[in-house]
Design a protein around this ligand. Structure first.
Ligand code: ZN
Length: 220
């Protein structure tokens, strides 16, 4: 079976993870890129050609930075790990006073993690980069909640190591930007699968199919 990685993660979360008892949720993969998978009424929503959930390529700013997809101002070009590192490199390159360079050793060594660590330590430049990235992600998620009236947003991917630092800020922005009646009490949680999320998701696809086939391996 071949599946988009974030959609596989969502299946894993539905059958074995944090969303076992949740029928309507969004699974967000937040790392070097940004992807999502939508589960409504307990089923993965794939769209007409299987491309549903490309959260990272929603245009947030028509004059924004170039995205790998060829567009401009996509969420991924503003909020992803790559975008955070790129923005920090530009600001350090302009000579702004920040501890990011010291933490990274040299400008080429700046990664999103360096910027997050500096932000957690109270560095003003790092904080403004991280806050901007998380705010745009929050606005995009708020839009999804407003559209789909979701119960849970489950986050996976590299940046989720930031834990409560990330979810506290996301919750604030989501609450501010979603329609008041949509997704009331919607929770933002971090996947418990860590870096195994994709592998567990892939295994879940097969197990789920096997169960649907009544446990008959010949029917797979
Ligand atoms: Zn894009």
């Amino acid at each position: 079976m071949i599946e988009n990685v974030t959609q596989a993660i969502a299946v894993g979360e539905k059958y074995y993870g944090i969303c076992k008892d949740t029928e309507n949720f969004l699974c967000v993969s937040y790392g070097y890129g940004i992807g999502s998978a939508i589960v409504t009424n307990g089923r993965l929503y794939k769209g007409c050609r299987g491309f549903a959930g490309e959260l990272g390529h929603i245009v947030m700013d028509k004059n924004g930075p170039r995205c790998d997809c060829g567009g401009y101002g996509c969420l991924e070009a503003i909020s992803s790990r790559n975008a955070i590192a790129k923005c920090a490199k530009e600001r350090v390159g302009r000579g702004e006073r920040t501890s990011i360079l010291e933490l990274a050793g040299n400008i080429g060594g700046i990664e999103a993690k360096t910027v997050l660590d500096a932000a957690k330590a109270g560095d003003a430049v790092a904080s403004s980069i991280v806050e901007n990235a998380i705010e745009y992600l929050g606005i995009a998620i708020a839009g999804m909640i407003t559209m789909l009236d979701l119960e849970v947003i489950v986050m996976s991917g590299g940046i989720t190591h930031a834990g409560k630092f990330l979810t506290d800020r996301l919750e604030r922005h989501v609450e501010r930007h979603k329609m008041r009646y949509s997704g009331q009490d919607a929770k933002i949680v971090i996947s418990k699968f860590g870096s195994d999320a994709a592998a567990i998701g892939a295994a879940s696809l097969i197990l789920n199919r096997w169960v649907e086939c009544g446990g008959n391996p010949n029917a797979l």
